[in-house]
Design a protein around this ligand. Structure first.
Ligand code: 9MR
Length: 773
């Protein structure tokens, strides 16, 4: 927890007690501050000295702190707390530590922290060599008390060491006890290495390309405040257009002073174009349309290689073949007969199949729900929108094992997940029958890399939740509609499951997933499911036309409410999904015209945000903090724009969609594309246990068309915390496989990417007629 800085002198009551005994201090100049104003200590200098500890305040989790296996670290209160088991012998039997702390020989350091124990205990605080012989540069024995104290020690490092360890050794007690630590700080030495991303030329473009008839915008990072000349050159270096930039001031999402370039009137297709301004030349880009056609396919092909429960065919995906994961074959312990967490249920379920959520091996109903929904709605859109081209999503378009079965491949892929969601429903006759288990995953986190079939952890079903149940109701109702022409029995099975789930959710409206249930998998907790109720009711109504669901829709606070969140829709905020469906799927809803008009209102708001944004993003949270997976929120806001285009035919909405993708594909502060294989510099090391080429050259990178989560201001992972401290939102990203908070891939992020890629591919050169509406 962040608290005001400690005073420069130590109040007597905060002087660590027993400190002289603590000075078993390693050989070295470890000295303890014993009195207010101790002269050995130069407070002013220390206050300015660089901080070497990452995340000593625990305001956002506790990474990169680690604990020994007998500990569960809890930072939910803003301090780092842990129950220390009794019955251990040595101090080092229980440790909380942080690695990779840099020390410089001859420099003096000040080590401070707040500590509290219940009951009182003496702990050990060390700064040491992380390996045998564990030489201690500071060793202190703080007497931790129930009331809590601040502790300060100084020492001079005898060594240059890039990877010292800060460790609290807390073992050796017969009785169990609890400890809380906070505001851990080690100041002194050299400024930590500042990570400077290579952002290349200061002219930022969509590195893939622009549609010939679409808008064409770029951004220049410059110190100039007045307009600058710019030149557009073709692949042969010929000057084809020139003009002047528009100064836009300082963009708060990047901290950069920027100008924009508008070259939308230039329409000639070609490859290798560049833009030059302020003495810098952009990375090359095309003017054309085929790249979105390719992305429509690639973004969907992503799902086959995320499949659980089946071998991935190397013939279908060269370089990506792997054995089936979690099919009840050792060393896997799942997923054909999976028990619940202890005490949660007395049965096992076959929950094999589905897609792995992300870079982990977990499978989560809430997140699977929005993902499969968006694939099905991408399909639904293609059959109804004026520019829709359903045959582009038809049979034999994705090279799947099911290709050739006369069912559109996008639906074959969606079915793989929907079958899994159905399996997560609590069977009849069991407690909470009809609800869906929230998730299934390993009972503790696995490391990287780890191919799915090699995961040997115990798999567990987690308690049913209302949110999961409503995700099942919504997607099963939608599947009943969408699959009806192709497989009547499957459609009926879905409809029955949807109705059962709906009834169960109504009977258990507030069973929320536990936010602390995050060991071995994400929590995906959500304490407001009124939006999931709205979405599920909408799908059930659209499929059945039944009064019960229609009345629920009309009475929901979300129906007349403002569902167009500034941050966007996502797995935990699904009201907009319901609204978009009610606006686009035919029905007799009495206020359907108003519902359709509301989509344009939402789109106008996102468009206003985009227009005001120097990088052209329909996302600019008032607190200027980018969310985990910001790219998916950005692309989801583009879905609202795209739907407004489908409903109204107004070009400005389509233009907004295209400009949004410019950001995703390179027109951004980092000058990189967030889609693997698209753009000269693109994300390729997304956090994944099997596309882990960065860790093992025998493994592949993520497949072409994989979206990275993108900038995340909260930088919860150690790599981001070490490299990106203090980052402006757009800079809170690193293409490193260990940066799970900024650089993961997920099924719910590729879903809006594929939806938007299909929408844009449907626009031909950017001027496709919108006839059907
Ligand atoms: O995408 C999720 C994001 O919205 C949450 O803030 C975050 C923390 O709960 O979790 C993200 O989801 C991760 C999930 O918990 C585990 N699988 C990987 C997901 C993407 O990082």
């Amino acid at each position: 927890m962040l608290r005001p800085r400690s005073p420069r002198t130590v109040p007597p009551n905060l002087v660590p007690k027993g400190s002289l005994a603590a000075a078993t201090v390693a050989a070295l100049a470890a000295s303890l501050l014993t009195a207010p104003g101790a002269s050995a200590y130069a407070p002013a200098a220390a206050d300015e000295a660089p901080e070497q500890i990452v995340n000593g305040t625990f305001d956002n989790g506790h990474a990169p702190w680690w604990g020994t296996a007998n500990l569960t670290l809890d930072s939910s209160t803003g301090q780092l707390c842990a129950g220390i088991p009794g019955g251990t012998v040595n101090p080092w039997d229980v440790i909380i530590g942080q690695d990779n702390v840099a020390l410089v020989a001859g420099e003096s350091y000040e080590f401070r922290f707040f500590g509290q124990a219940t009951p009182n205990k003496v702990g050990r605080a060390l700064v040491q060599l992380p390996v045998d012989p564990y030489t201690q540069y500071l060793s202190a024995s703080p007497e931790l008390s129930v009331s809590g104290n601040d502790y300060r020690y100084t020492f001079t490092s005898p060594v240059d060491l890039p990877n010292a360890q800060v460790a609290f050794q807390l073992g050796g007690s017969v009785e169990p006890w609890t400890v809380c630590l906070d505001n851990i700080s080690l100041t002194g030495g050299a400024e930590p290495d500042v990570y400077v991303p290579d952002t290349g030329p200061r002219v930022r473009v969509n590195q893939v390309g622009y549609l010939p008839k679409g808008p064409k915008n770029a951004t220049v990072v410059t110190e100039a405040t007045g307009a600058l000349p710019f030149q557009l050159r073709d692949g042969a270096g010929r000057l084809v257009k020139q003009g002047r930039t528009t100064p836009r001031g300082v963009d708060r999402s990047s901290g950069q002073n920027v100008h924009t370039i508008d070259f939308g009137h230039f329409t000639r297709p070609g490859t290798g174009y560049t833009l030059t301004a302020d003495g810098e030349t952009s990375r090359p880009f095309d003017i054309g349309a085929d790249f979105y056609e390719q992305l429509r396919t690639d973004a969907l092909k992503f799902y086959y290689t995320q499949r659980s429960g089946t071998a991935i065919s190397d013939a279908l995906r060269p370089g990506y073949g792997r054995p089936a994961g979690h099919v009840g074959v050792a060393p896997n312990q799942g997923d054909t007969s999976v028990p619940c967490q202890p005490g949660v249920c007395d049965y096992t379920l076959d929950v094999s199949g589905g897609w792995y959520d992300a870079g982990d091996h977990g499978k989560y109903v809430v997140n699977g729900g929005i993902s499969v929904h968006q694939l099905m709605s991408e399909y639904e859109r293609s059959t109804r929108a004026g520019t829709g081209q359903p045959w582009k999503l038809g049979d034999r378009t994705l090279n799947l094992p099911e290709s050739g079965n006369k069912v559109p491949d996008i639906l074959d892929e969606a079915r793989w997940e929907q079958e899994f969601l159905l399996k997560m429903q609590v069977p009849a006759g069991k407690p909470l029958a009809g609800m869906a288990h929230h998730k299934i995953h390993d009972d503790s986190w696995t490391g990287l890399p780890l191919l799915p079939h090699l995961d040997d952890k115990r798999r567990e079903l987690h308690p049913p939740s209302t949110a999961a149940t409503l995700n099942l109701a919504a997607t099963a109702a939608q599947a009943a509609r969408v699959f009806k022409p192709y497989d009547r029995r499957f459609a009926d099975r879905n409809l029955a499951a949807a109705k059962t789930a709906w009834t169960a959710a109504k009977a258990n409206p507030e069973r929320y997933a536990d936010p602390a249930d995050a060991n071995g998998g994400g929590a995906y907790n959500d304490a407001d499911v009124t939006d999931e109720f709205y979405w599920a009711a909408a799908e059930l109504y659209l499929t059945t036309g039944a009064k019960e669901y229609r009345d629920f829709v009309l009475a929901s606070p979300h129906h007349a409410g403002d569902v167009w969140r500034e941050r966007g829709m996502d797995w935990g905020n699904t009201a907009a999904l319901g609204r978009l469906q009610l606006a686009t799927v035919p029905s007799n809803l009495p206020d359907r015209a108003r519902v359709r008009a509301s989509v344009a209102q939402g789109a106008d708001r996102y468009l206003a945000t985009l227009k005001a944004h120097p990088y052209g993003i329909p996302y600019n949270p008032s607190d200027n903090l980018f969310d985990w997976g910001s790219n998916n929120l950005i692309v989801n806001n583009a879905i609202v724009l795209a739907t407004a285009f489908d409903l109204t035919g107004k070009d400005r909405y389509r233009d907004g969609v295209l400009e949004t993708m410019d950001y995703v594909l390179g027109r951004n502060a980092l000058n990189q594309s967030y889609v693997t294989g698209y753009g000269e510099v693109a994300s390729r090391n997304q956090h994944s246990r099997w596309y882990a080429r960065q860790l093992n050259p025998d493994l592949p990178n993520p497949p072409r068309g994989t979206l990275s989560g993108g900038p995340n201001s909260a930088i919860q992972d150690p790599v981001a915390q070490q490299k990106l401290r203090g980052c402006a939102p757009q800079f809170c990203y690193i293409d490193d496989i260990e940066s799970w908070a900024t650089n993961e891939l997920t099924i719910n992020w590729n879903a809006p990417l594929s939806w938007i890629a299909a929408f844009i591919a449907d626009q031909d050169n950017g001027d496709a007629g919108n006839h059907r509406h």
